[in-house]
Unconditional design. Sequence first.
Length: 231
Amino acid sequence: MKLNSTDSYWFLGLTALALGYCLLTKTALFESSVIVTGILCVALIAIGRKEGYLFGLYNCAAYAWIAYENGLFGEVLLNLLFYLPTGVIGFFMWRKREGGKGVLMRRLSWPTLVKIMGSVLLFVLILGFLLTFFKGQKNPFLDATTNAVGICATFLMMYRYAEQWIFYILLNCITIALWVLRYIDQGTEVDSMIFMWVLFLANSIFGYVTWSRNTSPNAFENDYEKRIDLR
């Protein structure tokens, strides 16, 4: 997909922020790799590039290790058992649905969106209860919320729905709160993770604006003929 100037500036600017932070704070190489690949992943997805999935494969595996060290086992399971395989699947799904100028986009109807939100809430309650049985688990219901919202957002992303960004904005806010609590509890590599998720939040807002601007209000889930290109 040919990028416009806004896409290019956003991608380069976000990447420069990530690299600058790592250099200025002398972040360890491993943590730096998590931050940079994470930013490359989400920034490319925001501008409709399937290559973002490839950077995401390393990021979710490496991030899972940091989450494990901080007792966030829901995050570990989410990244290893869900994000890794769906990252591979999503890459090929996007490659099959590319138009002449980018990935073909879709919209959800409001009734469907409300149903999805209700399902996410139910999943949070069930998973949060189950996580309380894990020895050493920190903030089980908050951890469960990131899992439920993350899974929902990922499926919407794989199927190219613009509403994915609503869930990513929520996910990023909750995950920032989760890592702030780990900061209070003196967790490991917490500063870097908070910074990374703040950039993720900024990117999700950019993604929401970009995808909403480039989809038709009539391009609903069952209206395949009205999908349009992301420019």
